[in-house]
Write a protein that binds this ligand. Structure first.
Ligand code: URP
Ligand code: ZN
Ligand code: ZN
Length: 473
């Protein structure tokens, strides 16, 4: 089947130009002026922008965490992604203790394959680095799981030690794979959390007070330095503050292959949000920081100290004792109320897979903080390049997958839980007005979102086998 999108304005990381775009099957077949219809289904995109579909390289769908499970699964999370203009994501497989990496990946395939609607890949988080697991690493890369994640925080559950970090970096370098780190000093945080709880400091703001910015900066520099010694590329996830940015910039300035992302929420929120009566909604790790850090992150994405913006989508209900309706069914999943009396028991994570691109469109591009081309680079092209999916994904080019978001720059919407497809009972951006919305979203040529109409079918999304030896962006 062919679709001809006429008169749109194509936006890539490098260019903005008027063109017609022909989709043939799953691929972009032609880009040019005045392309003939030749029997194709014709769509008029006058006044609209054609962007590559967003790529979110940091998500946790259906993640077991903090005594419950993230409330979006691979269907609801994918539906939300598509409505927000995101057509691919990479989720974190978590290796259970004593489990092989292959078993862990198999577990995630069981959760995802039959539900998937958009395209998706996997990173694998190593939590138990035995000799056998070390030997498995290169085969993971060959099989398309080309990035490994290590948690330097969450002592007693996911946290690894420096030996594991360093050995993994060395092995990954040999195999052409990328190591990602959650960079916070989990040992120091563990001391501070225990001290706060013992002192009766139990409100959500203590989540931020016990996870200071220095704990993130220290772990970031440690990971950067160890990557330098190992000669390995490194990607630091969810960078929240100026001091942590400085460590990445320091490594890059000295020629290290270091990259970093921030997430949408860290541009806008601060510890003040945790001080609200519903502050648990903003509890995630690392925590929200200060207004000065919000600004430092905008500077970092402008000057390329950070190379990507993802979401760390890991939603929990604010009040999981109450049902919400999702696709006509009532659902409730235990959530942040688990920590109502103790901040250390609040499941860590926030929703955002649907919100990222529209929020950055209005409050990033619309406010003059980044250009539209930089938005594409941060949310589509750099993620595709750094994680071995380019040029199949992440750009608008002949031969690429027809993963496209057609944006109406005049469409107005009020963000909020009621209008969102994310399966949770709140939205971080409740009541925020946006101008600019992806009104048509294609995944490999299939029109999944057409205005308010949803055409997605569970099982239609494809697993992305990624390439090793991806470039550092
Ligand atoms: O609070 C967060 N970020 N939850 C998800 C797990 C992680 O650390 O990324
Ligand atoms: Zn993390
Ligand atoms: Zn995460």
């Amino acid at each position: 089947m062919k679709t001809l999108i006429k008169n749109g304005t194509v936006v890539t990381a490098a260019e903005t130009y008027r063109a017609d775009l022909l989709i043939d099957g799953e691929k972009i077949a032609l880009l040019g002026m005045d392309l003939p219809a030749d029997g194709a289904n014709v769509v008029d995109a006058s006044g609209k922008y054609i962007l590559p579909g967003g790529i979110d390289v940091h998500t946790h769908l259906e993640l077991p965490f903090g005594g419950t499970v993230a409330s979006d699964d691979f269907y609801t999370g994918h539906k939300a992604a598509a409505f927000g203009g995101t057509t691919s994501h990479i989720d974190f497989v978590i290796q259970g203790k004593g489990e092989s990496l292959h078993q862990a990946v198999e577990n995630w395939h069981r959760k995802s394959d039959a539900k998937a609607v958009v395209d998706y890949g996997f990173h694998v988080a190593v939590t138990d680095l035995t000799e056998a697991v070390m030997n498995e690493i290169p085969s993971m890369g060959k099989e398309g799981v080309t990035s490994l994640k290590l948690f330097m925080a969450y002592k007693g559950s996911l946290q690894i030690d420096d030996t594991t970090l360093f050995k993994t970096l060395m092995k990954a370098a040999e195999a052409g794979m990328l190591v990602m780190v959650h960079a916070e000093n989990g040992d120091a945080i563990d001391v501070l959390v225990k001290q706060a709880v013992a002192g009766g400091h139990l409100t959500p703001e203590w989540h931020a007070l016990t996870r200071p910015a220095w704990a993130e900066a220290e772990a970031t520099m440690r990971a950067v330095a160890l990557a330098g010694i190992a000669g390995a590329p490194l990607y630091v996830v969810h960078v929240t503050n100026g001091m942590a940015v400085d460590q990445i910039a320091y490594g890059r300035a000295r020629g290290l292959n270091v990259m970093g992302e921030t997430c949408t929420q860290y541009f806008f929120f601060s510890i003040d949000n945790l001080r609200r009566p519903d502050g648990a909604k903003w509890v995630c790790s690392p925590p929200m920081r200060t207004a000065a850090d919000n600004e430092a992150l905008w500077t970092a994405v402008r000057n390329n100290s950070l190379q990507a913006v993802s979401t760390d989508h890991c939603p929990f209900f604010f009040d999981g004792t109450k049902e919400i309706e999702y696709e006509g069914k009532m659902v409730k999943i235990a959530g942040k109320e688990l920590g109502a009396r103790d901040f250390s028991k609040i499941p860590n994570g926030v929703p955002g897979i649907e919100d990222r691109m529209p929020i950055l469109w209005t409050y990033g591009v619309g406010k003059g903080r980044i250009s539209l081309n930089r938005l594409v680079e941060l949310c589509c092209t750099n993620p595709a390049k750094a994680f071995g999916m380019y040029p199949r994904k992440g750009t608008v080019a002949v031969g690429s997958d027809a993963d496209l978001a057609i944006w109406d720059p005049t469409a107005k919407k009020t963000m909020g839980q009621k209008t969102s497809q994310q399966r949770t009972d709140y939205n971080l951006y409740e009541g925020w007005e946006v101008t600019g919305w992806p009104t048509q979203v294609y995944v490999r040529g299939n029109l999944l979102v057409d205005g308010d109409t949803w055409n997605g079918e569970p099982g239609g999304g494809q697993w992305i086998k990624r390439s090793t030896h991806a470039p550092v962006v």
